[in-house]
Design a protein around this ligand. Structure first.
Ligand SMILES: Cc1cn([C@@H]2O[C@H](COP(=O)(O)OP(=O)(O)OP(=O)(O)O)[C@@H](O)[C@H]2O)c(=O)[nH]c1=O
Length: 609
């Protein structure tokens, strides 16, 4: 992304960075500049004593580096790049100029000079505009320098040698790299940090503004301040303001031989208007549904099962296993590679670790069931988001409430989805609070027992009852580790709105309450509170719709799901706390797990007044 239009001015030119320094390359490419790298062969051997000041030496070296590259490129194919950028960084202390150390001893000499003292870092920069005139290379040189003051702490010999032995000093002026380990040596920096690293980006941008928007060509705002606007005014210098002049067109003998007339004549000037920054993130968002659907389809076709343990497979082999077309399978596999779910090698495709762990259908932490549920159910629900937004929560389904136990298949699919999600968070839920004071717990709507297992595992004294609908409990056997539940876990069939609740010291409501409207939540909490003895507890785990902007992104899916669902409603953490307190639970502790995705509340049943 080019933040500054002035960087955009260079986007349509052939720009060369005449430097081997990886730091300069990174600083400039992160600023959005597009360029080639052609390291200079200029030997840094200018006579330092012949310069009036160290910065003059750095500027001249920078210029010579850039000119050498321009000349070499021109000689090679009689075509020089439009712009060549050269730079030279030096460190000065006590009137001496330090460049890159030649060996470890030299590094030690330099670092000893800097030890416990303040020094200056100068970077000289040359921006050279090139063109061909009468069969010869013609150049227009613009130079500047930047100074930054740095102070080192007092360092022991041992530390200096340890640093030297790290190898870091060897390719750096003054023998240190402030951006890496060397940063630990530094007490303070006054001035531009990037200048120390090797390229004064801020000053460079200001220089480009001077070059491409000379005063007198624009409105008076900029003429006023000494021709160099502050960096935060770069954004104002939009190309539509009359199109900045192009120094390449304006330099001696440049194309056209004269400066362009300062109108909207960008084309006349050989310059092209910079397009707006490319909205890559936004386009990713717009296409996000396609990525989800590719993942859903690959899961449904069991692509990640086929590629789980095997050596890489070619598209045709995968197509044969999943009974699909070779062409379609190839496209899907490539999409999964692009999404980071598969790897492509010479031998074919294979799962990434994440795909094997979470997208194959049989792993302990498989989310295959969740994906299938989203594909078969949630996807369709979300097609009604607009209706839900227009008409309000729960309206989109037209009053049609899906009963998860409607058919065996739907129940199983729902259980698989819940099981995958619960397995991911169960340990975190079980350990967020110290629950060791409870010797019995009842997980209401505990489904496959994923959380019950973690509770039993974490608290050896605790017996756990999973209370859920008979249709659900019918299928729990296939979700038990090793095929059978622990002896401290029992499954009791029942409806928590109608049937007597099992006795327990701790009641757990994990991802239950959001599914019900207020009256039913009150009914359930009322029953639970009546059954819970003073000192007993209730543990609630829910996705919340808190208005905390920091959590907005992670809560987005939950908040929208709650809008399109046929029943239930989203509540904030404060509302859940309020509900617990209204039903006689006190000392409510709160916690967030799974990166804030799940909110936990633990309340203690107070003695009735
Ligand atoms: C003080 C300091 C310097 N450097 C590097 O020191 C080299 C200076 O040498 P140069 O002669 O200006 O450049 P070069 O690396 O030889 O490249 P070239 O431009 O081809 O001459 C550049 O790399 C800089 O980043 C850091 O990375 N961090 C620091 O804190």
């Amino acid at each position: 992304m080019a933040l500054s239009p002035v960087i955009g001015k260079l986007l349509h030119k052939r720009v060369v960075l005449a430097s081997a320094s990886p730091r300069r390359r990174e600083i400039l490419s992160q600023a959005g500049l597009r360029f080639e790298v052609v390291p200079s062969r200029f030997k840094e051997t200018l006579d330092k004593a012949s310069f009036p000041a160290p910065y003059a030496y750095a500027m001249e070296t920078a210029k010579q580096k850039a000119l050498e590259v321009a000349a070499r490129m021109y000689q090679k194919d009689l075509r020089a790049p439009d712009v060549v950028i050269g730079a030279d960084t030096i460190v000065t202390v006590g009137g001496l100029i330090l460049e890159k150390p030649v060996d470890k001893q030299d590094a030690y000499r330099m670092l000893s000079m800097l030890n416990g003292k303040e020094h200056s870092v100068f970077t000289g920069v040359a921006i050279i505009h090139c063109c061909s005139k009468g069969g010869q290379l013609d150049t227009d040189v613009c130079q500047f320098h930047e100074e930054t003051t740095v102070r080192f702490s007092r360092l022991s010999e041992e530390l200096l040698w340890e640093y030297i032995d790290s190898g870091e000093p060897m390719d750096k002026a003054g023998g240190y790299g402030i951006q890496a380990l060397g940063g630990m040596l530094v007490e303070y920096v006054h001035g531009d940090f990037l200048n120390v690293v090797g390229f004064p980006l801020n000053h460079f941008c200001k220089k480009l503004v001077e070059l491409y928007y000379p005063p007198g060509r624009h409105d008076v705002r900029r003429v006023k301040h000494d021709s160099i606007p502050a960096v935060d005014t770069f954004e104002d210098l939009s190309d539509v303001e009359g199109g900045g002049s192009d120094p390449a067109g304006g330099i001696k003998g440049g194309p056209g031989g004269q400066a362009a007339v300062g109108t909207r004549g960008a084309e006349a000037n050989g310059a092209v208007e910079s397009p707006p920054p490319f909205p890559a993130d936004l386009l990713g968002l717009i296409d996000g549904f396609k990525a989800s659907k590719a993942l859903f389809t690959a899961c449904k076709l069991k692509v990640f099962d086929v590629l789980k343990d095997e050596a890489p497979l070619k598209a045709a082999e995968v197509a044969g296993r999943i009974d699909a077309s070779v062409c379609g399978t190839g496209r899907l596999l490539d999409a999964c590679v692009a999404l980071g779910l598969l790897e492509k090698t010479d031998g074919g495709y294979r799962n990434t670790e994440v795909a094997s762990r979470h997208l194959a259908s049989d792993g302990e932490y498989s989310l295959h069931g969740l994906v299938t549920r989203h594909d078969d159910h949630t996807w369709e629900l979300f097609t009604r988001l607009e209706v839900a937004v227009r008409q309000g929560p729960n309206a989109a389904a037209g009053g049609k409430v899906e009963d998860p136990a409607q058919s065996q298949q739907t129940t199983l699919q729902f259980m698989r989805a819940m099981h995958g999600l619960s397995k991911l968070t169960a340990r975190r839920v079980a350990t967020a609070f110290d629950l060791s004071r409870f010797t019995s717990a009842c997980d209401l709507g505990g489904c496959t027992g994923a959380l019950a297992h973690e509770l039993a595992h974490e608290y050896p004294r605790m017996r756990v009852t999973v209370f859920d609908l008979p249709d659900v409990l019918e299928h729990v056997a296939c979700f038990q580790p090793g095929g059978r539940p622990s002896e401290r876990i029992s499954f009791v069939p029942g409806d928590f709105f109608k049937d007597s609740l099992p006795e327990a010291e701790l009641y757990v409501l994990s991802r239950i309450l959001h599914d019900w409207p207020d009256d039913q939540v009150h009914a359930l909490l009322g029953r639970l509170s009546g059954r819970c003895k003073p000192g007993g507890g209730v543990l609630v785990a829910e996705e919340t719709v808190d208005e905390d902007p920091a959590a907005a992104r992670s809560n987005l899916a939950a908040a929208l799901s709650l809008l399109v669902r046929p029943r239930g409603r989203g509540r904030s953490g404060a509302e859940y706390r309020d509900l617990l307190e209204q039903h006689g639970f006190r000392d409510v502790q709160v916690a967030a797990v799974a990166g804030g995705a799940l909110h936990l509340l633990l309340g203690t049943r107070a003695s009735p007044p």
